[in-house]
Design a binder for this molecule. Structure first.
Ligand SMILES: [Zn+2]
Length: 197
């Protein structure tokens, strides 16, 4: 089994039973579509072109972790799936596991991240993700969200993602170009953000 196959199996075990086998889905962005707005993109596209919306999980494998994000793609009359949402950096296909007969009611769905290494940096990234999800959920429920807390969590998310994209660790130079190591610089945010997660 390859590392990727192993990661996919592990994350599928964490998802609900009504998840279908993941398949490769081509990314063909629609000109009116916006990044990170798959549900609105597909809804508008269906209104203009027919077909239907399919909800599911987009599974992405990385060297140190695997991630499943709730996502929506377009299905034509023949049953073929296309991801019409653009990505930056660009993607030509995604791995997508549809959820059978699932109708999304708009409630935020948490991204599932599984640390498949012993990377402390991945744990920090997970802390940031959990905190941001919690605040998004609070906003959704009409509760107030502290702007500074959101800013801290978002900064930690961006910083850990940037380091992870260069295969970094907490001993790498910090994302802010201070010249200090991450663990001696922006990692101070982890304790602040952890309280929110
Ligand atoms: Zn820094």
């Amino acid at each position: 089994m390859t590392r990727e196959e192993n990661q996919i199996n592990q994350i599928l075990n964490l998802l609900d039973e009504d998840v279908c086998t993941p398949k490769r889905v081509p990314v063909v962005p629609d000109s009116k579509s916006q990044a990170d707005d798959c549900f609105n993109n597909v809804t508008s596209y269906v209104n203009l072109n027919g077909g239907s919306a399919v909800n599911g999980w987009r599974i992405s494998c990385y060297p140190k972790y695997v991630e499943a994000e709730f996502h929506c793609v377009w299905e034509n009359e023949e049953g073929d799936l296309t991801d019409i949402t653009p990505y930056n950096p660009k993607r030509t296909e995604i791995l997508f596991a549809p959820i059978e007969k699932f109708i999304w009611d708009g409630t935020p769905v948490q991204t599932i991240i599984l640390n498949t290494s012993r990377s402390v940096l991945v744990d920090d990234y997970i802390v940031a993700n959990k905190a941001i999800f919690k605040m998004r959920m609070n906003r959704f429920l009409g509760k107030s969200v502290d702007k500074d807390q959101f800013k801290d969590a978002y900064e930690l998310l961006q910083c850990t993602l940037k380091l992870l994209s260069h295969n970094g660790t907490i001993d790498s130079k910090c994302c802010c170009n201070s010249g200090k190591l991450f663990k001696n610089c922006h990692r101070y945010l982890v304790d602040k953000v952890k309280e929110l997660a």
